[in-house]
Design a protein around this ligand. Sequence first.
Ligand code: ADP
Ligand code: MG
Length: 202
Amino acid sequence: MYIVIEGQDGTGKSTQAELLKEYFIKQGKEVALMEEPDGDLPQAHDLHDLILSRGYHLESLTNVLLFTAARVELWKKIAEPVLKNGGIVISARNYWSTLAYQGYGEGVSRNKIIRLTKEMLPEKYFKPDYGFILTVPDQLREERQKIRGKAAETFEMKKQDFQSKVNAAYPKIAQDFNLKMVDASGSIEEVFKNIKDNLLVK
Ligand code: ADP
Ligand code: MG
């Protein structure tokens, strides 16, 4: 099984992904947690660093290429071995983030992002058994980001105009790619229950 949890920074993706991981481990399953774009993989982490932490202000297209490279590393090294073993892969983010941030947010052609990703990743990558997009109002997200206290610089810190474009992007992406929008403004337990209920439905 392959599950993707999408959404903006501070919506609770990592929190829910961890809970799902524990939930499946208790059932005796083999589980890989994939945090795009860096996860626990140093090479992916370094690629992410190039994009955000070195002050290079890279071209949007370069960001697309680097994010895609990080995806290839994570998919090949973390996801594929576990899927082959019949285990469960839970991914926080997917290339839909790149569509939202670099595509809708920074103006890179949506088709270009889709074509590049399709060239580089196998079909399964695009077809999670369950795909969720967590949504939380901006103010609450910002409070959660502050509490978490991470991230020197993220795309989320860009100006409001960018933020509004990314906000508008996720419902479109949900519709285009058949992902389930989940209201994640409730408690951690409430959101987790909602996600679990959705897993049972299918
Ligand atoms: P993301 O991975 O989407 O950026 P995180 O899972 O890191 O978000 O959550 C951001 C912060 O908000 C963390 O400090 C986390 O403990 C907290 N948090 C996550 N989900 C909730 C929730 N439903 N209610 C309150 N706080 C939450
Ligand atoms: Mg996270």
